[in-house]
Design a protein around this ligand. Structure first.
Ligand code: NAD
Length: 326
């Protein structure tokens, strides 16, 4: 198949690109390299089956040209930052909604029916039911990021309902693993690499979150590629959660650090931080998918990868400074 991956130079996208290439597909990466990096595509560019289109999804001509002739589009490109949304109130609308409409219009114009979309567990806001099912009551949004992803899901649903597209939406918990670039693990590793005697944790450390290893995330996405639904939604996550303090303990142990830990205070890290995220994954498991790595294994693998690539710990651009999807 010829498969387009928007955001293919990013953390999850580049792992997906490698997997699709190893499955024998031809892959077209569309990325503006705003947060994606060329290095993530090092393995992909060893094969002739990978084409890279450098450009912005807000450029309608570029998107139309990239999508034409494809069998499917994985649309991952987005502003993936949650925490600093209020510093840029239009960014989520442009990057996560307008860019998505451009992808959908390009697909519709070229009769590319299959679109798979990376949404987020953040759309559930502060869910009333935990573990949270895909058909949870329509949630109150708690971040501009979540609101924009939910809006994008709405557009995908409308295109599907009109018969233009076959859509799969994935709502991920926070994803960890090689090439990870934003979130609490890099924030903690960065702090400890600078000063192993001190660690500052946002909130009171009791926030409960579920995390998923990127290999498990990509395995679920691959599994769904051949499907032909009108519109379907899958939660992707593991069957457990941990507290931020537990995760910090694993990171410290992995790095051999025994820091004095300071907490920012309060039951959440920032406005819009959801203190308890845990998704019900019965639906995706009914397709035969199961996660292979535990949260702890995913955290440790991420630490190892960051320490093996210290350049990734360099001072981040602007507000990628700390947890985005924590
Ligand atoms: N990482 C997580 O924990 C997580 C959790 C839930 C959902 N998601 C979603 O998964 C997707 C991938 O996230 P990620 O963590 O790999 O983020 P990332 O920032 O590493 O990847 C996003 C990619 O999209 C590209 N991009 C952004 N805007 C673009 C535009 N207008 N035109 C072209 N390219 C553009 C970036 O350069 C980058 O390569 C996103 O849609 C994100 O919202 C991520």
């Amino acid at each position: 198949m010829r498969v387009v991956v928007t955001g293919g130079a990013g953390f999850i996208g580049s792992n997906l690109v490698d997997a699709l290439l190893s499955d024998g597909h031809h892959v077209v990466v569309v990325d503006n390299f705003s947060t994606g990096v060329v290095d993530n595509l090092h393995r992909a560019t060893q094969t002739r089956r990978c084409q890279i289109v450098e450009g912005d999804l807000l450029d309608t001509t570029l998107v139309a040209d990239a999508v034409r002739g494809a069998d499917a589009v994985f649309h991952l490109a987005a502003n993936a930052d949650v925490r600093f949304g209020w510093n840029h109130p239009w960014r989520d609308l442009e990057q996560n909604v307008a860019a998505t409409i451009n992808v959908l219009e390009a697909a519709r114009a070229s009769d590319v029916r299959r679109v798979l979309f990376s949404s987020t567990g953040s759309v559930y806001g502060e869910a009333q039911v935990i573990p949270t099912l895909e058909d949870a009551a329509f949630p109150q949004q708690t971040s501009l990021y979540g609101a924009s992803k939910l809006a994008a899901e709405g557009y995908l649903g409308a295109y599907a309902e009109a018969g233009h597209l076959s859509v799969t939406v994935f709502r991920f918990v926070s994803v960890l693993g090689p090439r990870y670039s934003h979130g609490h693990v890099i924030d903690f590793v960065r702090q400890l690499a600078r000063d192993p005697a001190r660690l500052h944790i946002l909130g009171d450390g009791t926030q409960r979150k579920s995390y998923l290893d990127v290999d498990d995330c990509v395995a679920a996405m691959r599994l769904c590629l051949p499907r032909d639904p009108r519109f379907e939604v899958f939660n992707l996550g593991v069957d457990s959660y941990c507290t931020t303090t537990e995760s910090a303990t694993w990171i410290c142990e992995r790095m051999g650090a025994k820091p004095e830990v300071r907490f920012g205070g309060g039951d959440r890290g920032w406005i819009g931080d959801n203190p308890f995220i845990f998704l019900d994954t019965t639906r995706i498991r009914s397709l035969g998918w199961a996660h292979r790595r535990s949260i702890r294994e995913a955290v440790e693998r991420t630490v190892d990868d960051l320490l093996a690539h210290p350049a990734r710990l360099d001072a981040p651009a602007e507000d990628r400074a700390a947890a985005s999807e924590i």
